[in-house]
Design a protein around this ligand. Structure first.
Ligand code: 9MR
Length: 843
């Protein structure tokens, strides 16, 4: 059928289009389809065009309509995603005022071209207001009709208000019952043989129940009794927990049975997390902007380069500012797309790239060249650094140029002028791209990550390292000069606002990174004077892009530096971990996160709380912290109220329809699902998107999630959510425990450009060490040279010292000593603090 015929048919099927008294409600009307038509819950999910601001005024939704527009559709107030059923007759009602009086257009229509109208009316609105009522019959079924009030086309400004918008009749709203499968909830990927093994049982029973662990052959291999835990606020369920940690035998296809229900199958294996950090990191290549994605590297994910200045793209090689913001254009090609949209935001890019570099800095030897199948694989540098550089180069490009206003500050973001629909491959995005104003938060994100990059890239690319340090210093100075330039909270058209009205935490984070990299007094003094240095920063809701003091504190605790109160800083991380361990212990789903309502992207907050617990393990070697991280992962991979894994490709039932314009398989079977290892944002009590509002209203926190591409508030994927997944899974994949060795590393002397160090290895265990290999890493670009008492090799900043024939044996209680001369071209040269003897970390 042609578009014209479709439109004509729609008009013909519109019946009894008549304004009637608003009060005449039919008795057999169906349920309300409009969400928040009374505006008791604010303005959401109503939207307006970019030239108006919606606000609730006296219980009505109102907007000041600008004058000087031409067409009715130049100004619109609307709501999306209303379900219509073919053949049903609907009652559509609302109340509206216009000051001064005006005629508007009330439409119910297809939300995309050709905008087929199922109802079109022209209400004559007055200052005192009228009720309007119309009926129409839907010619087609569709899940996403749009209600639109077109109020443009007036030469003069005026004020529009509306209330009591109602659409009734048609289909019963879908009653959404998630399929939560068996009531015994487990980590569907599996459990580590020596790790904790807990499950949660949903039951009405208040008495302890029997449980049985069965192997793949259905033979019971362990059994016990559950522990009733009562009502769980996060799910609204009555639950028990069960602990089968004493069983350690590796195998596949285990199940747990309790209360007549059998869990989904899971493994017990030492290698369950081996692949997850790789997949979580591979995610970033297919998020890349400005480069073709090759099928040879990611079969099924090939696509042309997005935003390289090729039509219909209008970016990103020469991107202008929003009108009035600046008089230049920048080449901001590259970087990662933030999420399911095509925006690139410095604040969120900052924490993401920080966390990749932090995962690397935690254990540099674990990340190798060739691990991630990216175009740079084989260049002799760890792939994780190559991937981080892709984003870091973009962040650097966002700095306002010398000689221009706010030189040295970073533009807050670059994105489309208007929101685009789904699906839309990056290279097909036709929207104008614009730079938004510089902000202090973005500038400090740049300062922090550039300072971090300066030390981490030093052994691989001195020029890039120096460029980063220079940019970091410049950004720091610019932020100090403009300490309160905040992003506009209303700047959320075409891209996220990412506004943040408190940047004292970003200042602390940036100062911490600059201090670690340079050792300079200015940054040390700033760190010591910051309220974030001593305050309790371990919020129960976790850290994220808007709460970054924790990033500085974690690095000051773990990366060697000469801070005078270092011991206290390290202890503070342990105190934070204790807090999360306590939350987890009290939680019947083992969640180290339990606010009364779950935040947007709750899964990343859960994971970030796990980062704090993992860091406490690194600092203390105390097993309870590692146990807590392992148990926390169970929630992400299936031990939860929805009985699903939130990581694509991991576990029998896992998120796969995350909101994305290019992984839109749910909308177009020719497109792929998100790649393996993609984290979904997860339960979000705010349910800001219309789909979630329709299906999940009244949800208990854990139930505020739906694996549907339209649910951008609960089911998006983002670069800052996969980054804690990568960090935590790298920690979980790290099998090393602790070994009974002690290492003393002392710098015996230093001179400009060089130093000499002595290393003493002590065998504090009960077994003789027969042949040793000791590994550590330098802060940055140091090189170990002439050595005595060992054989030395170095890759990047990772140094390995091996015993010689004559000093390979270290008996219990004995020590061996070796020494070397090193070079250090710039910056501090703190003694390394982490040593691995024969692959196992020394206490
Ligand atoms: O992750 C962001 C979340 O913390 C905010 O509450 C939310 C609303 O401002 O925005 C989220 O970020 C989105 C961004 O604005 C646009 N790209 C997708 C991001 C994830 O949903």
């Amino acid at each position: 059928m042609t578009r014209c015929r479709a439109a004509l048919l729609a008009l013909l099927t519109m019946v009894a289009l008549s304004p009637t008294p608003a009060a005449s409600a039919a008795a057999d009307e169906g349920p309300e389809q409009i969400v928040n038509g009374t505006f008791d819950a604010g303005t959401a999910p109503w939207w307006g065009t970019g030239n108006i601001t919606l606000a609730v005024d006296g219980g009505r939704l109102c907007a000041d309509i600008p004058g000087g527009t031409t067409n009715p559709w130049d100004v619109i107030v609307g709501q999306n995603d209303l379900p219509l059923v073919a053949g049903e007759t609907y009652a559509y009602r609302f109340f509206a005022t216009a000051t001064p009086a005006k005629v508007g257009r009330a439409l119910i229509q297809l939300p995309v071209d050709p905008y087929t109208q199922y109802l079109s009316a022209a209400p004559e609105m007055s200052v005192s207001g009228n009720g309007y009522s119309y009926t129409f019959t839907a010619p087609v079924s569709l899940p996403n009709a749009q209600v639109a009030f077109q109020v443009g086309g007036s030469a003069e400004p005026w004020r529009f208000c509306m209330d009591d918008v109602s659409l009734k009749g048609g289909a019963e709203p879908e009653v959404y019952e998630p399929d939560t499968g068996p009531r015994v909830r487990v980590n569907m990927v599996g459990y580590l043989p020596t790790g904790p093994k807990k499950a949660t049982v949903v039951t009405t029973s208040t008495e302890a129940l029997d449980w049985e662990l069965k192997n793949a052959g259905k033979v019971t291999v362990a059994s016990g009794r559950t522990v009733p835990r009562g009502a769980d606020g996060s799910s609204g369920q009555n639950v028990h927990t069960l602990d089968f940690g004493a069983y350690r035998k590796p195998g596949e296809g285990y199940t747990l049975t309790a209360d007549g229900e059998t869990s989904r199958p899971f493994d017990i294996a030492a290698g369950i997390y081996d692949q997850l950090p790789v997949d979580a990191l591979k995610f970033y290549y297919t998020q890349r902007s400005g480069i073709e994605i090759l099928d040879s590297l990611r079969p099924g994910y090939a696509r042309p380069a997005g935003h390289v200045g090729v039509a219909p793209n209008q970016g990103d090689v020469s991107v202008p500012c929003q009108p009035g913001v600046c008089d230049y254009s920048l080449n901001v090609k590259g970087g990662w797309y933030d999420a399911g949209d095509h925006g690139k935001y410095v604040v969120n890019g900052g924490i993401s790239v920080y966390q990749l570099m932090a995962a690397y800095e935690r254990d540099k030897a674990a990340f190798k060249d060739g691990q991630l199948n990216i175009p740079e694989s084989g260049n002799g540098k760890p792939d994780i650094l190559d991937e981080a550089r892709w984003e870091q180069e973009f962040l650097l490009s966002m700095q306002a140029p010398d000689g221009k206003p706010y030189a040295g500050m970073a533009h807050h973001k670059i994105h489309d002028q208007n929101w685009t629909g789904l699906p839309l491959l990056p290279h097909l995005d036709p929207q104008l791209r614009e730079l938004h104003p510089t902000s202090t938060a973005a500038t400090l994100n740049l300062a922090a990550t550039a300072a971090q990059a300066a030390r981490l890239f030093a052994p691989y690319d001195a020029e890039f390292a120096a460029r980063n340090l220079k940019a970091a210093r410049k950004a720091w100075a610019a932020a100090k000069a403009n300490p309160a330039r905040y992003a506009d909270p209303n700047d959320g058209i075409g891209g996220g606002a990412y506004n943040d009205g408190d940047v004292s935490d970003e200042f602390y984070w940036a100062a911490a990174e600059l201090y670690i990299t340079t050792g300079e007094k200015e940054f040390r003094d700033f760190v010591l004077a910051s309220p974030h240095h001593t305050g309790d920063i371990w919020r129960e809701r976790g850290f994220d892009w808007g709460n970054t003091a924790q990033l500085g504190r974690l690095d000051l605790a773990t990366v060697p530096n000469a801070l005078p109160d270092r011991a206290r800083v390290r202890q503070s991380v342990v105190e934070g971990a204790e807090k999360y361990v306590a939350v987890q212990k009290a939680h019947p789903y083992g969640l180290p996160y339990n606010p009364p309502d779950f935040d947007w992207g709750s899964n990343n907050l859960v994971l970030n709380n796990m980062v704090v617990m993992a860091t406490a393990y690194d600092l203390t070697g105390q097993e309870k912290y590692r146990t807590a991280v392992r148990e926390g992962m169970d929630y992400i991979l299936g031990r939860n109220a929805l009985n699903q894994s939130y990581v694509t490709g991991y576990g029998e039932v896992a998120s796969k329809n995350q909101h994305s314009r290019w992984y839109s398989r749910q909308l177009d079977p020719n497109l792929p699902n998100p790649p393996r290892g993609t984290l979904a944002g997860g339960p979000n009590s705010g349910i800001q998107d219309p789909l979630a509002q329709r299906l999940l209203r009244g949800c208990a926190p854990q139930f505020c999630y739906i694996d549907d591409i339209e649910s951008w508030a609960t089911n998006e994927l983002t670069i800052n959510w996969n980054s804690p997944l990568a960090w935590v899974s790298a920690f979980l994949a790290d099998k090393g425990g602790r070994s009974d060795c002690r290492v003393g590393y002392s710098a015996h002397g230093s001179w400009p450009g060089g130093f000499t160090a002595q290393v003493v290895i002590e065998n504090a265990g009960k077994e003789t060490v027969d042949g040793w290999s000791l590994r550590w890493s330098f802060l940055g670009g140091q090189r170990a040279g002439h050595v005595w008492g060992a054989a030395l090799s170095q890759s990047g900043s990772v140094v390995t010292a091996k015993s010689l024939g004559w000093n390979g044996k270290i008996k219990p209680g004995q020590k061996v000593t070796f020494g070397f001369n090193g070079t250090n071209t710039s910056g501090p040269n703190p003694a390394p603090e982490v040593f691995h003897l024969n692959g196992v970390r020394c206490t």
